[in-house]
Design a protein around this ligand. Structure first.
Ligand code: ADP
Ligand code: MG
Length: 474
């Protein structure tokens, strides 16, 4: 690929990332490569057949638009599946962030499916589970204030025996990105499968959809369902990516069948069940019916613990590697965002100290990780928190806010709460309406405009709103 092509490709990826958002981008496009540009057509490749068909059905227009913004002549996008040889090549350097390493390992089993043509083989593979990272176990999971409950619940699930009564079902863990959901879910899977007695199956939502779609195509969905029902613990990661009516219906059946049979289901997603907007109400309430645990952002102690455990892990292969305590403390204090960045920081220090044969110093750390330090961390604010804080401030109850009462002492606080929900969260107007006692999105819009208009004139109200914002952002 020429430099120019390379630059263009980077810009197109940048556009795609902006247009679909980080999460969607990393799920579907992170492993897409440019193969060639030939006049009007662009040839891209992905490692699995599933990714190919998913991108073609859901994102082909987007990809084309992003290309056309860079190269107007392009009018055709061709996506192919890369050959296994290339995908398996060890292109990743020692110091690459583990996330990439994990991704790189991921294609292998799915590629085997691509080669498999008999229905039996693909059905078998559909149930093979997603690949696990051997490092993501309970012993490398650091417990702190923000994840104690999630950890305890996961541990309990992992230690259950066949036939034991199931305590909470499903166990639903949610948090922002990089706060340890996948780590915990894979730990449950490793630990649960350590004995031979139980079968724990770990599937990403992507794999669940793929398995089901593949099984449907080969007309073995019955067998697929039967086999799914034969497992003791079903673990599904990144549920927010579950899409499509058929898939949802099937997910719902599977969930009901497993739960009714006393089998454990564990789910992770980036938001609470009530916020999974694309899921149908029945699925949401079934998901909310077990134990829902949130993992909050990592506290400084926990960040320090994670950094230390990463250093210990790195030392297993690089005995001379060491990170002095002040450097660890500096990193724990300044990299506040998520576990991935912490891991990335240690990887960089490792790479740097290896390549330059130098010990790790504070100065070097400051230089190496400067882009991982984000100046201010917006807190993830939830609609429930807004309702709680507003209700307290105006001395009404939360149910008043959700009710249909129209008295002035409830109407204004309700409007303020809706306004804050719109300005402080990423929720859509219809979603906010739903969360405020099933109101219409136009009601929410009206409230937002009303309060927007008032805060510019009414200083008392504008002080109140500011104070509410402060309380929520603390
Ligand atoms: P999520 O699935 O929530 O996006 P991951 O489980 O992939 O997050 O975690 C991101 C990185 O941070 C992983 O390398 C993981 O091992 C690490 N990490 C997160 N929380 C912890 C923890 N409590 N202990 C040890 N490592 C953690
Ligand atoms: Mg994850």
């Amino acid at each position: 690929m020429s430099n120019m092509e390379h630059d263009r490709w980077s810009r197109v990826k940048g556009r795609l990332r902006t247009s679909v958002g980080e999460d969607v981008y990393s799920s579907w496009f992170a492993r897409m490569d440019l193969e060639a540009i030939q006049q009007e057509s662009v040839h891209l490749s992905v490692p699995t057949r599933f990714l190919k068909s998913w991108i073609q059905t859901h994102y082909s227009d987007k990809v084309l638009t992003c290309w056309q913004a860079e190269v107007p002549e392009v009018n055709r996008i061709e996506v192919t599946v890369r050959s296994p040889m290339r995908a398996a090549s060890p292109a990743v350097k020692d110091a690459a962030p583990a996330e990439h390493r994990r991704d790189e390992q991921r294609p292998a089993p799915e590629l085997r499916t691509t080669a498999a043509t008999t229905p039996a083989a693909s059905n078998h593979d559909a149930l093979g589970g997603s690949p696990l990272d051997p490092r993501l176990t309970f012993s490398s999971f650091v417990v702190g204030r923000s994840n104690t409950l999630a950890h305890a619940a996961a541990k309990q699930v992992a230690e259950g025996r066949r036939g034991d009564p199931v305590m909470f079902n499903p166990l639903y863990i949610h948090s922002g990105v990089g706060l340890g959901k996948t780590h915990l879910l894979q730990a449950v899977t490793w630990a649960g499968n350590a004995g031979t007695e139980r079968k724990v199956l770990y599937l990403t939502a992507e794999k669940f959809m793929y398995g089901f779609v593949a099984a449907l195509k080969t007309q073995t969905s019955l067998a697929f369902k039967e086999a799914l029902r034969g497992i003791d613990v079903l673990v599904i990661d990144d549920l927010q990516f579950l899409q499509g009516k058929t898939t949802q219906a099937e997910f719902c059946h599977t969930l009901n069948a497993l739960i009714d049979a006393g089998r454990q289901v564990v789910v992770a997603a980036d938001r609470p069940p009530s916020d999974l907007e694309s899921l149908d109400e029945r699925v949401r309430s079934r998901l909310a019916g077990g134990l829902v645990v949130e993992m909050a952002t990592l506290g400084e102690d926990l960040r320090l613990g994670i950094l230390k455990s990463r250093v210990v892990a790195a030392r297993a292969h690089h005995a001379s590697f060491d990170v002095p305590q002040p450097v660890l403390e500096y990193l724990a204090r300044s990299i506040t965002h998520n576990g991935r960045d912490l891991e990335g920081a240690i990887n960089r220090l490792l790479a740097h100290s290896k390549l330059n044969a130098q010990p790790v110093t504070l100065e070097m750390a400051e230089h190496e990780v400067r882009d991982l330090i984000r100046p201010c961390e917006p807190k993830r604010i939830k609609i429930e928190d807004i309702q709680r804080v507003v209700a307290r401030q105006y001395n009404v109850s939360r149910s008043d806010l959700l009710s249909s009462r129209r008295t002035a002492n409830v109407v204004r606080p309700r409007q303020v709460a809706m306004y804050l929900a719109k300005t402080l969260t990423l929720r859509s107007l219809p979603e906010i309406g739903r969360r405020f006692g099933g109101r219409d999105h136009t009601t929410v819009l009206h409230a937002v405009r009303k309060i927007e208009g008032l805060v510019s004139k009414d200083t008392t109200l504008s002080d109140e709103v500011e104070s509410l914002k402060r309380q929520l952002q603390e």
